[in-house]
Design a protein around this ligand. Structure first.
Ligand code: ZN
Length: 367
């Protein structure tokens, strides 16, 4: 039986590994070739294969479930030849970024698949909005990707002590996530970030003005807008201009930059919210009542911590706000889609939480 080796150069540079190769084996046996989706557009997608980018029809992978629509970052099984070529299947996703659509049925939409690092960009040029950071972190954890908070424009903070206080504030807001101050002007932190993203697939999250484009350009070593526009020759020898949403970083790794990711909202991010507020969830385990809402119940460990000044009030309020928002989205969303998501992500969340707890135990010791 034929198999696709994991050392194929172009694909390896875009995240292909032994596990993907193993998952692809049945498709390889059917003579299909693997490729990573760099763009999806109106029933067609551009797939980066070992022989370059091919345009393929997605007719055979159109599901009813919007969560199963092929998206940028997916690993596709494509016909080896033909015009058009077809995507016959794609591999089960390791992670996925989902947003709730504005439609009445509130179904999710997958924006990016198989992302390893979710970089939350936060500008130090503006006042820190910790609640907003928590929201992006919830999304990041929920996707299954590893979050990283990058504090951009660090050169605008006048002194080192001031900067270390800001970093500390964000670190308390982001348990389990690395916080990295960075300046694309002075170059501070850029190498550290390059080294982190070199090992996989990354996305940039953050509000406009957070410095995402500057960050992307710093990672690319070029203007991302120019890089995204690629002139290609199609199967009939015609020159076409296309936009790629999956970019190869010169220092290793890939960056997914899709417009939709910028305005991403919460989608059933219960696991994600729990991870962002890990210390509250930890306290809640000691509440007298299993279903304690931490409002006025006797024996509430969360309110006790608040009373003792160990838990900032802002943090508890932010936790409640995100939970309410999440419950609202759950209530109006399609039950079937929701069940599907849970099956996929719940276990990952549990494993991640266990790993994080083990990690925290190592670093901090018993409390
Ligand atoms: Zn409680």
């Amino acid at each position: 039986m034929s198999n696709v080796p994991s050392h194929l150069s172009t694909l390896a540079a875009h995240g292909w590994d032994d596990d993907w190769a193993a998952a692809f084996a049945p498709h390889a046996a059917q003579g299909l070739v693997p490729g990573r989706v760099v763009r999806v557009d109106r029933g067609l997608c551009d797939v980066l294969t070992e022989d370059g980018v091919v345009r393929a029809d997605t007719e055979f992978v159109v599901p009813r479930d919007p969560m199963k629509v092929i998206c940028t970052g997916d690993w596709a099984a494509v016909d080896p030849a033909g015009d058009p070529r077809y995507v016959r299947a794609y591999l089960p996703r390791r992670t996925a970024f989902v947003r709730s659509t504005s439609s009445k049925r509130s179904e999710g939409q997958v924006l990016a698949a198989n992302v390893d690092h979710a970089i939350v960009a936060v500008s130090l040029a503006a006042e820190l909005d910790l609640g907003r950071i928590e929201r992006f972190l919830a999304l990041a954890w929920e996707s299954g990707a590893e979050p990283l908070v990058v504090l951009t424009k660090a050169d605008l903070v006048p002194d080192a002590t001031g900067l270390s206080y800001l970093v500390e504030d964000v670190e308390k807001t982001a348990p389990g996530a690395q916080v990295l101050p960075l300046s694309s002007r002075t170059g501070e932190g850029v190498d550290v970030l390059r080294a982190i993203v070199a090992g996989g697939t990354s996305v940039l999250l953050g509000v406009s003005g957070a410095g995402k484009s500057t960050l992307a350009n710093a990672l690319m070593g070029a203007d991302v807008m120019d890089v995204q526009e690629t002139r290609e020759v199609d199967g009939k020898g015609r020159h076409t201009t296309t936009t790629r949403n999956l970019l190869t970083l010169p220092g290793g790794g890939v960056l997914i930059d899709t417009p939709g990711l910028r305005g991403v909202g919460l989608w059933d991010a219960e696991t994600g919210v729990g991870r962002v507020f890990a210390e509250i969830e930890e306290l809640a385990a000691d509440c007298r009542f299993h279903d304690c809402r931490h409002e006025a119940e006797p024996g509430c460990a969360v309110l006790d911590a608040l009373e003792r000044g160990e838990l900032p009030e802002r943090r508890l309020e932010s936790y409640r706000k995100l939970q309410r928002e999440n419950q609202y989205i759950i209530a109006k969303s399609d039950a079937r889609v929701r069940a599907e998501m849970r099956r996929t992500w719940k276990q990952r969340g549990r494993i991640g939480k266990m790993m994080m707890e083990a990690k925290r135990g190592e670093h901090q010791g018993p409390r």
